[in-house]
Design a protein. Structure first.
Length: 94
């Protein structure tokens, strides 16, 4: 679902709506398969508040299953535009 939303043509949704839908679906995806959601997240070029929240959720869900891998992923994103969001998700989820 996330991939399908992300591949919608630009004229189908506003950029903000599309980003919000992608972030929401990533958050749902991470509940079942956090590493896969994280890999897809890493391919996205668009940031924004919605994706920052998705990074937090991915790290949180992943930490519940594999805290070491989640912390490594979150640490990789800690200096970028996501700031401490992914790190806090990994810590909270652990």
């Amino acid at each position: 679902m996330t991939k399908a939303i992300n591949e919608l043509p630009p004229e189908s949704l506003t950029a903000a709506t599309k980003s919000g839908l992608v972030a929401h679906s990533l958050s749902k995806w991470s509940g079942n398969a956090p590493p896969a959601a994280a890999m897809f997240f890493d391919q996205l070029s668009d940031g924004g508040v919605s994706l920052t929240l998705a990074a937090h959720q991915i790290a949180k869900d992943w930490a519940a299953k594999d805290p070491v891998a989640a912390m490594e992923w979150a640490h990789h994103h800690s200096s970028g535009p996501l700031g401490a969001s992914a790190l806090s998700g990994a810590i909270i989820g652990w």
